[in-house]
Design a protein around this ligand. Structure first.
Ligand SMILES: Nc1ncnc2c1ncn2[C@@H]1O[C@H](COP(=O)(O)OP(=O)(O)O)[C@@H](O)[C@H]1O
Ligand SMILES: [Mg+2]
Length: 226
């Protein structure tokens, strides 16, 4: 993969369980090009969510380097003053995350959720309504998250992510809580918008068919790099 947007080198992460050290990610290296999609597969517990959490800063790596858009996050230097702030800003502005359950703010309407995410990324929120229209939920703009279905919440989550004009989308089994039909519809929207707007995508899934829709594939069950 050339013109890399994201480069991961020697990334490692372990957890402590009782007296045991459980290695989850071990010396993982891969690169992802601008506009490219990568499927993360592997059995439950193989580290898909952990890797996504490392990439979006929810977990701290033990070792290794993540380079995104030329900015280096190095586990060894991460505690040096200033480096984590720069990395946080990069994530806030350029990385959109979609979880299995839509993580919307319950006290905000769907439209205000989208506006909020756009502003957080430093984008003009004026296009937020257009994003709801593109995701086919414009008539639900004034509703609150608990007043719409799971599929509609996930559409709103996608509208939030695209409204921030991300360079990279991290999706963790984003339709895992939806029925097959709704899941297929939401995933189709995700792929179509990702291609149209040229952002890169890392998608954790246990669905082999879905993984085949991505250009690249990393099977954490076998701990091999791409
Ligand atoms: N915060 C944590 N503390 C301890 N162990 C964890 C933690 N998060 C994940 N793990 C363990 O790390 C392994 C990988 O988990 P996870 O990344 O959630 O896998 P996947 O998403 O592929 O199902 C599992 O064995 C899990 O129990
Ligand atoms: Mg997971």
């Amino acid at each position: 993969m050339t013109d890399s947007l994201l480069a991961v080198r020697g990334l490692s992460k372990h957890f402590i369980s009782g007296n045991e050290t459980v290695p989850v990610i071990e010396k993982l290296s891969f690169t992802l090009g601008q506009g490219q999609s990568l499927a993360l597969t592997g059995r439950s517990g193989s580290g898909k969510s952990t890797l996504l959490n490392l990439l979006c800063g929810l977990e701290w790596p033990d070792a290794g380097t993540i380079v995104m858009q030329g900015q280096v996050f190095d586990a060894g230097r991460a505690r040096v003053r200033g480096t984590t702030e720069a990395w946080s800003a990069l994530r806030r502005q350029h990385i959109g995350v979609v979880f299995q359950e839509a993580n919307l703010m319950p006290a905000l309407s769907l439209l205000d959720n989208v506006r909020f995410r756009a502003r957080l990324a430093g984008r003009d929120p004026k296009n937020s309504e257009d994003w709801l229209t593109r995701l086919d939920i414009s008539e639900l703009a004034g509703r609150y998250p608990d007043q719409v279905s799971g599929g509609q919440r996930q559409r709103a989550a996608l509208a939030m992510v695209f409204a921030m004009e991300p360079a990279l989308i991290l999706a963790d089994e984003p339709t895992g809580s939806l029925d097959r039909h709704t899941s297929d519809e939401v995933i189709r929207e995700l792929f179509s918008l990702q291609v149209r707007y040229g952002c890169s995508l890392v998608l954790a899934t246990h669905d082999a068919e879905l993984a085949d829709s991505c250009q690249h594939h990393l099977d954490l069950g076998h701990l091999s790099g791409v």
